[in-house]
Design a protein around this ligand. Structure first.
Ligand SMILES: Nc1ncnc2c1ncn2[C@@H]1O[C@H](COP(=O)(O)OP(=O)(O)OP(=O)(O)O)[C@@H](O)[C@H]1O
Length: 580
């Protein structure tokens, strides 16, 4: 409920529209309350006295009130909807911004489908709460109080009989809600399960087809779909078993009111007009209780959704600027790892164990090692994707944690092991970090990444549209576009993380040759992570990693002489000429 309070707190940014909705609500309640009084007036003063003048006046007043009811109803729903759209818009933006700012460690542990659900379905639940349930409940409470007061003023004995309905109906509803609370939750859960399978199958459609698992996946989806229908049917049955009782109760009350009221009319203590008006109010008494009853599950669901949404909004951003962080302006090329230890959040063992080395200006460093030895992890620490667990990473003597994050990262060009492209044209993708880069610059970097000829051969050239995740391009083509994208940035330190793994050996060597020259000219230090020894042969220094330890460093020749591990990696690659 605390999280719902927070949602209510956000209404203050829309106080004018919220006030408009509330005023409309009050006017609507007033118009509803007046209508039966007009009946009473028309019957007692008009029909009973054969006074046509009064009948016409009442009819006119009723038309005006009806128009008013329409207008106020429109105002109430329109403004409530407007506020709800504003709140949802803000929440979506806040979560998106937060997702952009959250550290890698958060994304390592968060499920994509969970985040997607929060930004779509949970925000929608909150929007429905603000736009519908909230106004329903406030309206219901105001109506109940107003009508109860009028009834007591009109005839306290009949009012007591009628208002007796309220607690009984409320009890039936409360019992219904408590008993079926789990059932409503189950509907959302089943829907979530169904969506998770749907998402997996859309993302993994190629794997499903390759392993001929379509019938199995179909069966899995159908079973969850059946489950969803079953739970939905159970909720319908629960509603069917409860609400007739409330309607029966309300009919009984009507019978009693007409009976007791009729006797009073005959006795001359109550007029016919008053009885008709009183009876009309009965509807207004039952309606709010039903509205609150229907709104309750939605409110419970919105509370759960708000909690999930604020969990993301409040998630700690582990990596951010320190109070006196300085901009990263000059790079001398001295990058120091000082006895660095690192353990991934939640992991039981360290990925890096006491790594120490220092680069020299303009040095080209290669990092080599078996898979899982910690090569990418070393590189993740320089742009502060993660912070060290112990020790320090320094650039020109200054701890990387003392630099302003944005400025540090914008001067480090990194090509990731896994390529991610965005939907748009090839040019958009290459110019991702520099959207206004002129075409010549885009072509220039594409040439260095050995992808220009391919792009030029396409009918639409640089304006060719690629699908989401780079659909329509081969793995190697995507990697080369990713290299070009990085080369276009204002980098001073360049990191290539196994970024030519999907490219054939000849093209990889050509890229490396073109990059070697560029790296030595433009960067203060460069790092290349590679599996192939042939790719790293020209490096000034090779760091050899093994199970989180830096076990050897030196030139290719040094390592050939001194490291048995290097020798065995080289030997294994010689046996597989296609990968060397
Ligand atoms: N996000 C993560 N969360 C937890 N553990 C991780 C994470 N990323 C990597 N690891 C673990 O840290 C260790 C080092 O991984 P790293 O990716 O640095 O290896 P690598 O040498 O780059 O491997 P590869 O050549 O296969 O890319 C591995 O044992 C891996 O399982």
């Amino acid at each position: 409920m605390q999280s719902l309070n927070r949602v209510l707190g956000s209404l203050k940014y829309y106080w004018l529209i919220t006030t408009g909705a509330l005023i409309s609500l009050l006017l609507l309640t007033a118009a509803n309350a007046i209508t039966p009084q007009l009946f009473r007036w028309g019957i007692d003063q008009g029909i009973a006295s054969f006074d046509y003048q009064v009948i016409f006046e009442v009819a006119g007043a009723m038309v005006l009130v009806a128009i008013g009811r329409g207008l106020f109803n429109f105002g109430q729903t329109f403004w409530a909807e407007k506020v709800s759209q504003g709140v949802a818009y803000d929440l979506r933006n806040i979560i998106f911004r937060k997702i952009q700012n959250l550290s890698f460690s958060y994304h390592d542990q968060a499920q994509t489908s969970q985040l997607l659900t929060r930004i779509t379905s949970d925000v929608e639940q909150i929007r429905t709460f603000v736009g519908t349930s909230l106004i329903q409940v406030v309206g219901a409470v105001v109506t109940l109080i107003t009508i109860a007061t009028i009834l007591i003023m009109m005839n306290w004995q009949l009012a007591l009989i009628t208002l007796g309905l309220v607690p009984i109906a409320a009890m039936i509803l409360a019992r219904f809600l408590i008993k079926n609370q789990k059932l409503f939750g189950q509907v959302q859960e089943r829907l979530g399960d169904l969506n998770a399978v749907l998402q997996e199958n859309i993302f993994g459609v190629r794997v499903v087809k390759a392993f001929v698992r379509e019938p199995i996946e179909m069966a899995r989806y159908t079973k969850l779909n059946d489950d969803l229908v079953k739970v939905n049917m159970k909720t319908i049955a629960a509603i069917r078993n409860t609400f007739p009782w409330i309607f029966l109760l309300s009919n009984l009350i009507t019978v009693i009111v007409v009976g007791v009221g009729g006797i009073q009319v005959i006795g001359g203590t109550f007029s016919i007009g008053e009885l008709v008006a009183f009876n009309s109010y009965l509807l207004f008494i039952l309606q709010p209780i039903l509205l609150i009853g229907f709104a309750a599950p939605a409110i419970a669901q919105a509370a759960a959704s708000a909690e999930r949404v604020y969990e993301v909004v409040d998630a700690e951003i582990e990596i951010s600027d320190r109070p006196h962080a300085v901009p990263f302006e000059k790079c001398g090329g001295r990058i120091t790892f000082e006895n660095v230890h690192f353990r991934y959040p939640g992991a039981t063992t360290e990925a890096l164990k006491g790594i120490s080395f220092e680069t020299k200006p303009q040095e080209l460093i290669a990092i080599l090692g078996m898979t899982g030895s910690g090569k990418s992890t070393i590189m993740n620490l320089i742009p502060r994707f993660y912070d060290v667990t112990a020790g320090a990473v320094r650039i020109d003597g200054r701890d990387v944690r003392d630099f302003q994050l944005e400025s540090l990262r914008s001067h480090i060009g990194i090509v990731f092991q896994e390529t991610t492209l965005f939907s748009g044209t090839i040019r958009d993708n290459i110019a991702y970090a520099e959207p206004n880069a002129p075409l010549e610059k885009v072509i220039d970097v594409a040439k260095t990444a050995q992808i220009h000829d391919f792009i030029a051969s396409l009918p639409d050239g640089y304006d060719t549209t690629v699908g989401e995740r780079g659909l329509g391009l081969s793995g190697g083509q995507k990697q080369r576009i990713a290299i070009a994208r990085t080369l276009l940035t204002n980098y001073r330190i360049l990191i290539l993380d196994d970024s030519t793994s999907a490219v054939d050996a000849k093209t990889a060597a050509d890229i490396q040759e073109a990059l070697d020259d560029l790296m030595r000219r433009k960067t203060c230090t460069s790092f290349v992570i590679a599996q192939r020894i042939s790719t790293v042969r020209n490096a000034d220094r090779i760091l050899l990693m093994d199970k989180g330890h830096l076990v050897a460093q030196g030139t290719h020749e040094d390592l050939m002489r001194t490291s048995t591990l290097y020798g065995s990696i080289l030997e294994s690659q010689m046996k597989q000429p296609t990968t060397a």
